[in-house]
Design a protein around this ligand. Structure first.
Ligand code: ATP
Length: 586
């Protein structure tokens, strides 16, 4: 399955908006309330010019100061209510925006947890971080700051248009013509603006991936004196980002001058046509003042919409980048119900590859129609040249990947039928490059261990002693309390492997995979590890991947993995000559 998030997604604004509103369904109550408050706000904005025009025509002309004061008082109350509704709108929508940001980040993060290894191979973590941090915030900004203004502007405009047409249909229609031109313009350029914003966000994602890569690999960069090279690379992506941002800024700002020009034209039309009507006795000064105010009420929100429209297009482009993650289907973790306890352990081989073929998502075919069985309690070795496919085979055993064809069977059942918890309980994997989490050695040893997770240091030490693992803990300055950094810089590679070893062995899996697990460990400690492995329950199956053939002397069976095939080597001598032949052939 292709998990590449950067494959261009083409969703219409309407479809994106519908999905977004679906996402907001839990905020219905707040949205309705905000909507009502906004209607009130727009209603007041609508009413004010009419009240002013009415007062001029009826009370100023006749010098009726009592009624003038009454109407002034009425206007004052309207202004107070208007200010209250403004405040309430901001408060309500600010809450909606923040809650949406919170839920969106949670959902995206949760979704990321469901994806298989292939997803993370295809997408750069820097870009994913940018989507979770920056893009979700762009959506939030739209909801908390712009949405209500956006809807408010549309309502005010519609109301103003209704008043304009009601006061004088001809003058009203003439004043609205420039507005129609603006709508056509918006329709024409919106797609382009959204594309420019999407491009800018993509380059921000790319820049964040670049930063992440250089920070993660700082040791290699310093060792090879490649700082200038990375500076140059960063400069390039930064420049690309700068250009994309300038492009998006220009696109976003194109609306303002066009909107202003057309609204000025509308004012001009009204003035000229209005004065002409007054001279003909078909219109009053008071009505013209109201009319100009309504034209302003129509065109001012329209000008505001120019800025808001850009924010809307930015939010839509950001939403697309988030929605593509949410819409990706994670593969079913488990295909059918299965009760592991009911399995007839021991009758079928512990693990079996049945006609397994595998290609990486980039198309690289690594295994072709592989068949082998692994029995309980035996030790297997996978040997072969570098890049031959040993780690890939191990990853298929642990279901870090699913075969493209064929089936991996555990206890005679498709491995996909097992719950993740059951599978990880059965299979332990010590990776070539063990990954640790920030915390202590103890935290890392107990990572994912349900049985001992609540044990204190003393009790855990007793367990470790019982398993013969306590001597390994002595290899750390502060024992179980030794601090570990997520990037693993605070401890040696060999120490990392020791933690991974203790972590895997303590879980007592039925099948333990050791992928070059002792490559960075001194010979004395390696001997200690071997003794510990010997002490594992007899029924534990071990799969050892090693380049140093002396580490697999005691294997019951040796598989030679190379160029898509897996063959039984028979003896260590055979394996050696197969390796040499492979070398000669290449
Ligand atoms: N994530 C990936 N995407 C694409 N191709 C990959 C990926 N990981 C490995 N490969 C390719 O698959 C092939 C087998 O790799 P694998 O890691 O299984 O080899 P290996 O026998 O374990 O090598 P080594 O002895 O160096 O650990 C290699 O040619 C490698 O380039």
């Amino acid at each position: 399955m292709n998990y590449d998030l950067n494959i261009e997604q083409k969703s219409s604004t309407g479809a994106a908006l519908r999905k977004m509103l679906q996402f907001m369904s839990s905020e219905k109550k707040e949205l309705y309330l905000a909507f009502f408050v906004m209607l009130l706000n727009a209603g007041i904005t609508m009413l004010v010019p009419y009240v002013i025009g009415y007062t001029i025509d009826h009370y100023i002309k006749n010098s009726d100061y009592k009624m003038l004061m009454t109407f002034s008082g009425f206007l004052f109350v309207l202004y107070i209510i208007w200010a209250g509704t403004e405040y309430l709108q901001t408060k309500l929508m600010g809450g909606v925006g923040q809650r949406m940001l919170y839920a969106l980040r949670n959902q995206v993060f949760e979704k990321l947890q469901q994806f298989p290894v292939a997803f993370f191979n295809q997408n750069k973590s820097g870009d994913l971080i940018s989507r979770i941090n920056n893009d979700t915030d762009k959506v939030n900004q739209f909801f908390s700051q712009s949405l209500m203004q956006f809807v408010d502007s549309i309502f005010t405009m519609l109301g103003a248009a209704a008043f304009l047409l009601a006061i004088n249909i001809e003058l009203g229609a003439a004043s609205l013509v420039p507005g129609v031109c603006i709508l056509i313009f918006v329709q024409l350029v919106s797609g382009w603006v959204k594309k420019k914003n999407a491009g800018s966000m993509k380059s921000t994602g790319g820049m964040s991936a670049e930063i992440q890569e250089s920070l993660q690999n700082f040791r290699t960069i310093i060792t090879f004196n490649r700082r200038d090279y990375f500076r140059k690379r960063f400069d390039e992506v930064n420049e690309e980002n700068y250009k994309a941002a300038i492009g998006a800024g220009l696109a976003n700002n194109i609306f303002t001058p066009v909107f202003t020009l057309f609204s000025n034209i509308a004012q001009l039309i009204v003035l000229a046509f209005g004065i002409y009507l007054i001279t003909k006795g078909q219109f009053t000064v008071g009505l013209l003042i109201s009319f100009i105010a309504y034209v302003q009420n129509f065109y001012f929100p329209l000008r505001q919409l120019a800025a808001l429209w850009a924010s809307f297009q930015t939010a839509m482009a950001a939403w697309d980048r988030i929605a593509v993650i949410l819409s990706l289907e994670a593969p079913a973790e488990k295909v059918r119900e299965l009760n592991v306890k009911s399995l007839n352990f021991g009758q079928s081989p512990l693990l079996e590859f049945s006609n397994v073929s595998f290609a990486y998502p980039n198309g690289k075919q690594v295994l072709n129609d592989i068949n082998f069985k692994m029995e309980q309690g035996k030790t297997y070795a996978l040997v072969g040249p570098t890049g031959g496919g040993k780690t890939t085979t191990a990853m298929l055993i642990a279901r870090l990947y699913d075969p493209t064809e064929g089936m991996v069977l555990l206890h005679g059942k498709d491995i996909k039928q097992f719950e993740a918890s059951e599978r990880t309980h059965e299979i332990g994997f010590i990776l070539q490059e063990p990954l640790l989490f920030t915390g202590t050695v103890k935290d890392n040893i107990l990572y994912g261990n349900e049985k001992y997770k609540d044990f204190d240091e003393e009790k855990l030490m007793e367990v470790l002693q019982h398993e013969g693992l306590n001597q390994l803990v002595q290899r750390f300055d502060d024992g179980l309390k030794t601090k570990v950094q997520a990037n693993g810089e605070s401890i040696s590679l060999g120490q990392k492997q020791l933690i991974a070893f203790i972590r895997a062995v303590l879980r007592k899996p039925s099948l333990l995979i050791l992928d070059e697990a002792t490559a960075n460990i001194d010979t004395v400690t390696e001997q200690l590890l071997e003794d510990i492995l010997k002490k594992l329950p007899q029924e534990t199956t071990k799969v050892i991947i090693a380049h140093r053939l002396n580490t697999i002397e005691n294997a019951d069976e040796i598989f030679f993995v190379n160029s898509g095939s897996l063959q039984t080597a028979g003896s260590l001598k055979n394996a050696m000559s197969m390796l040499l032949e492979g070398k000669r052939a290449s």
